[in-house]
Design a binder for this molecule. Structure first.
Ligand code: ADP
Length: 479
């Protein structure tokens, strides 16, 4: 029997106004559980509880915060196999990917446990003799955290951990498709003993709970990861009331392959970057920009590799690519494959829905060749296991095409030329640049984020997270 999972508001587990069913995309007959869905009133109560908890929590001792965050990290790591299995079951990434993501979430909490002890200020000489100037960082207040389905535990972790670390209170609204990992994370956080109201879980609809958080003046800041359309709409409303904002949205990430590339590295970066996690990563390599001298060899080798990838149940041993997350995402992927073909690209591999013993949203890894950078399939985020090869004549054209996009999250180059690698690191208009590495897959202790339409506001993760999760104060003293 499916378990009922409640919301956590003001230190209590509460039923919502209705329930959602969490369905396994690898096996549509498998209902993972039933999860509370909050109404507007419950969202309001959570915001009120966070507000009420803020004065005490924002002035609480850093050793306690450090201990609690570290305990959350340890508890997650101790349960990584179990939670990774749940994650793979509800989101559809493979079991090793699911366990890896859970481990990352654990490490993030432990990292911010340490950061709680390291928040430093500055003492700066004043231009006025005898006056002292101090620059310090303080908590922001109540943070609304709105997350997507594609990293159901790591993204919540990299927002919640720094929020709590620096003395903020949290109202957390996970994506509707993945309440399981969010609930499990909340359960671990609650057991670490944060005072009531400091952390609140409000599962529910974006149009209800997300809207309530966006509109409410008691929410000082919103950290959002999701689609461009939702992010833009949310930003307009949040900025109208001067909320502090951090948005992580889409990508249309280029991976450049130069003539002098090691072919094996190029193929493995493309397979990993474009197809692992079913291509459902904002850092996925969806544009493979390949110079003429290696183009045909690269396409042949990549196509051969795609033919060997096993697409199946995310939990089955040996699966390389799990299912697409749901029916509407599958439709979007197929629509874009059709758009690409309609615009003149060639379907070099895949493109079809796959039947498996269990009914799920299985899509073959898909490669379009002969694409141009002007095609919609090269300009708009697809968010599936679909990549386009764009042939260019040389490095200069490759860089120009790589940067010719509305997005700027991640960019990669595969080359043995130090000159080109060094130049690309400077010339790329992306927030993150990878040399001989996949565009997706980043460390947990360094800044994450992009430029242009991909991101808005300060970087996430690592020490740089303090930019968003604290506010600066400048104090002058004449002793
Ligand atoms: P994705 O499909 O990648 O998860 P979305 O942008 O649809 O991207 O969703 C990201 C998050 O934003 C989810 O938690 C979703 O519930 C939430 N959301 C959706 N609509 C709104 C809205 N109008 N206001 C605030 N949050 C929203």
């Amino acid at each position: 029997m499916a378990d009922l999972h409640r919301n956590y508001v003001a230190g209590e587990w509460l039923a919502g106004s209705d329930l959602s069913k969490n369905i396994n995309p690898s096996d549509l007959g498998d209902v993972i559980g039933e999860y509370a869905r909050a109404d507007r009133a419950q969202a309001d109560n959570a915001i009120g509880a966070a507000r009420a908890a803020f004065p005490a929590w924002s002035t609480s001792g850093i050793q306690d915060r450090a201990n609690m965050l570290d305990a959350v990290g340890n508890a997650i790591l101790a349960r990584k196999d179990e939670l990774g299995r749940l994650l793979s079951r509800e989101e559809g990434k493979t079991l090793p990917e699911g366990i890896g993501e859970v481990a990352r979430a654990g490490q993030i909490f432990k990292f911010f446990g340490g950061e709680a002890l390291r928040l430093a200020g500055e003492k700066i000489p004043s231009v006025r003799l005898g006056v002292e100037v101090e620059v310090t960082r303080e908590p922001v207040g109540v943070i609304g955290i709105i997350t997507p389905w594609n990293f159901p535990i790591a993204i919540p972790a990299w927002k919640i951990a720094p929020a709590l670390c620096y003395g903020n209170c949290v109202v957390f609204k996970p994506a509707e498709l993945v309440p399981g990992s969010a609930w499990a994370l909340a359960d671990v956080i609650v057991k670490a003993g944060f005072p009531p109201g400091v952390f609140n879980l409000v599962m529910g609809r974006g149009s209800v709970v997300g809207e309530a958080m966006t509109a409410d003046k008691r929410v000082d800041a919103i950290s959002f990861t999701g689609s461009v359309a939702t992010g833009r709409a949310l930003a307009t409303k949040a900025i109208a009331r001067m909320a502090k904002l951090q948005l992580e949205m889409g990508g249309k990430n280029p991976m450049v392959v130069l003539d002098d590339a090691d072919l094996a590295i190029a193929v493995s970066c493309a397979v990993n970057g474009a197809y692992f996690s079913t291509g459902q990563r904002c850092t996925a390599s969806s544009r493979l920009i390949v110079t003429a001298g290696i183009h045909d060899r690269f396409v042949a080798a990549l196509t051969e590799r795609l033919g060997k990838l096993k697409v199946d149940d995310a939990l089955a041993p040996g699966t390389d690519i799990g299912p697409v997350v749901d029916e509407s995402q599958l439709k979007q992927d197929l629509d874009y494959i059709g758009i690409g073909k309609g615009e003149g690209a060639t379907l070099a591999y895949g493109g079809e829905v796959l039947e498996r013993p269990k009914r799920g949203h299985y899509l073959a890894p898909t490669l379009l060749t002969g694409a141009t950078n002007a095609m919609r399939s090269s300009r708009e985020e697809i968010f599936g296991p679909v990549a386009s090869v764009i042939r260019v004549k040389d490095y200069e054209e490759a860089v120009a095409v790589a940067n010719d996009t509305d997005f700027g999250l991640s960019a990669g180059i595969v080359t043995t030329s130090l000159k080109h690698a060094s130049h690309f690191k400077r010339a790329s208009q992306a927030g993150m640049v990878m040399v001989n590495l996949p565009t997706a897959g980043v460390d947990y202790h360094v800044p994450f984020g992009g430029r242009k339409g991909s991101s808005y506001g300060p970087r996430e993760q690592g020490r740089y997270a303090q930019e968003f999760f604290t506010v600066v104060k400048t104090a002058y003293t004449l002793p």
